[in-house]
Structures are given as structure tokens and as C-alpha cells.
Write a protein that binds this ligand. Structure first.
Ligand code: 13P
Length: 252
């Protein structure tokens, strides 16, 4: 891991949970955080929008940030079912995931959409976590690095800084499958992302690059110790306090 960058362990709860579940999970993590003090990674929870309030009250004053899973590119308007970046900010969020492959696939989002959402998030004072990643077909064709760096250059607003952008590399075929790329392959893509960041940010060395895709307690240490892996975006394992906490401990 790039030692100077404080690791971030983010939980993407996707479309799971109830208010009771959210209070319980966030409350357990807050208890662990309070015992751990400062010697732990930065933690971020991204629950479904209706559960933000429950998570917010359960984490209390503990150092656990809140994030949304998506936002609309517009400030406000007639967009039934969507939420704006400003609404997430108002609900206590400091971050928002944009361009997750499930949104790219389920909602037809492309790099231009993701760029507009990331920009809206920055304008509203949120830090967008821009997700990029290749499909299995693209990897097998030897195109992983090209695809991922292409997505990066088109999805990340130009002029982004370490304070207002985070990148998450999530190979589509590794999400929810238990499959993880070889460590060398993760390292290669993260190194390529770091170089390509120079095209969109004057701050490339300081931007945090998270790895996501089947991160579990049993593989977290080896993944998180790679150069240019500055944290993780965790799906399934973020729904269990003990597993998520074990990953957070592996990061520090
Ligand atoms: P899993 O950790 O369940 O593979 O999900 C990864 C992910 O999509 C996080 O955004």
C-alpha cells in the first residue's frame, strides 16, 4: 500500500437491509471503532438511501463516514426515484459511489453519465468514488488495462484532486463471485490507474485507489499490502460487522 495515504475501507451494502439491521450493524462497528481509537483505517458505510438516517444515528460521533450508492447529475428536478448529491450531503453523507458496474449494467450508465454524476457530487461537496473495471471477456482478450484506464480518463472530471476524488477498481467478474484476480494482476492495474490519473489530476500520487471484488477477511491482508492499493470497496462482507471489521484491521 502507498504508505503515506491513509487506507479507506468502504462498505457498499447494495440493496440489502432494514432500519433495524442498519442500526445493529452500524452500532456494532461504532463500538469497535470506539475501542480501537485512531489506529484503524478510515471507515465508510454506503447503505441504501432510506437507511442513511438509521446509520447516521447509530455511528454517533465515531469516525465512520456515510456515503450514498449513486446520485443524479442534476441539482434537482423531475427525476422520479432519483436522489441528488445535495440531498445526500444534507442527509450526512461525505461520499457517493458513482459508476458502479451494477449501475452501468442495470441503468445503462456510460462514462459520460458517470463523469457528470462525479462532477455533480464534487459541486455538492461530496467525494465521488468512481468505479471502473473490465468484464471477463475484456480480461481474457488481454484488454483489462486499456479498458480500465480508458474508463478512468472518461469518467473522472478533469482537475480532480486527492481531496475530491477516489477511484475504485472493481473487475466486473470478481464482484460477488468469490473470484479475485492474481495479486500481480491487481498490482498491474492499480499501477496503470496511478499513471493514468496524471491525465485527469494534478494530484495523481495522492488519490486513493480502492480495490473491490470479493474482498474477504482471508484475502484482505495480501490485497491491501500491494503498492497503490489504498483501501477496499467491500460488498457482501460489509454486511457482517465481524468480517468488515477484520478487513478494516487488515488495512492498517
Ligand atoms: P463483493 O465484495 O460482494 O464482491 O462486492 C464488491 C462490490 O461490488 C463493491 O462495490
Amino acid at each position: 500500500m502507498t504508505q503515506s495515504l491513509r487506507p479507506l475501507i468502504a462498505g457498499n451494502w447494495k440493496m440489502f437491509g432494514t432500519n433495524a439491521f442498519a442500526s445493529d450493524l452500524a452500532g456494532s462497528l461504532a463500538d469497535k471503532m470506539s475501542e480501537a481509537g485512531n489506529d484503524v483505517a478510515d471507515l465508510l458505510l454506503c447503505p441504501p438511501t432510506p437507511l442513511l438516517g438509521a446509520v447516521r444515528s447509530s455511528v454517533g460521533d465515531e469516525r465512520i463516514a456515510l456515503g450514498g450508492q449513486d446520485c443524479h447529475a442534476a441539482e434537482q428536478g423531475a427525476h422520479t426515484g432519483d436522489v441528488s448529491a445535495a440531498m445526500l450531503h444534507d442527509a450526512g453523507c461525505a461520499f457517493v459511489i458513482v459508476g458502479h458496474s451494477e449501475r452501468r449494467a442495470d441503468h445503462g450508465e456510460n462514462n459520460a453519465t458517470v463523469n457528470a454524476k462525479a462532477n455533480a457530487a464534487q459541486v455538492a461537496g461530496l467525494v465521488p468514488i468512481v468505479c471502473i473495471g473490465e468484464t471477463l471477456e475484456e480480461r481474457e482478450a488481454g484488454r483489462a488495462v486499456d479498458v480500465v484506464t480508458g474508463q478512468l480518463r472518461s469518467s473522472v472530471p478533469k482537475g480532480s484532486t486527492a481531496l475530491n476524488i477516489i477511484i475504485a477498481y472493481e473487475p466486473v467478474w470478481a464482484i460477488g463471485t468469490g473470484k479475485v484476480p492474481a495479486l500481480d494482476d491487481i498490482a498491474k492495474v492499480h499501477d496503470a490507474i496511478r499513471s493514468a490519473l496524471n491525465d485527469v489530476s494534478g494530484d495523481a500520487e495522492s488519490v486513493r485507489i480502492l480495490y473491490g471484488g470479493s474482498v474477504k477477511p482471508n484475502n484482505a491482508i495480501e490485497i491491501l499490502s500491494l503498492d497503490n492499493v489504498n483501501g477496499a470497496l467491500v460488498g457482501g462482507a460489509s454486511l457482517k460487522a465481524d468480517e468488515f471489521w477484520a478487513i478494516a484491521e487488515a488495512a492498517f
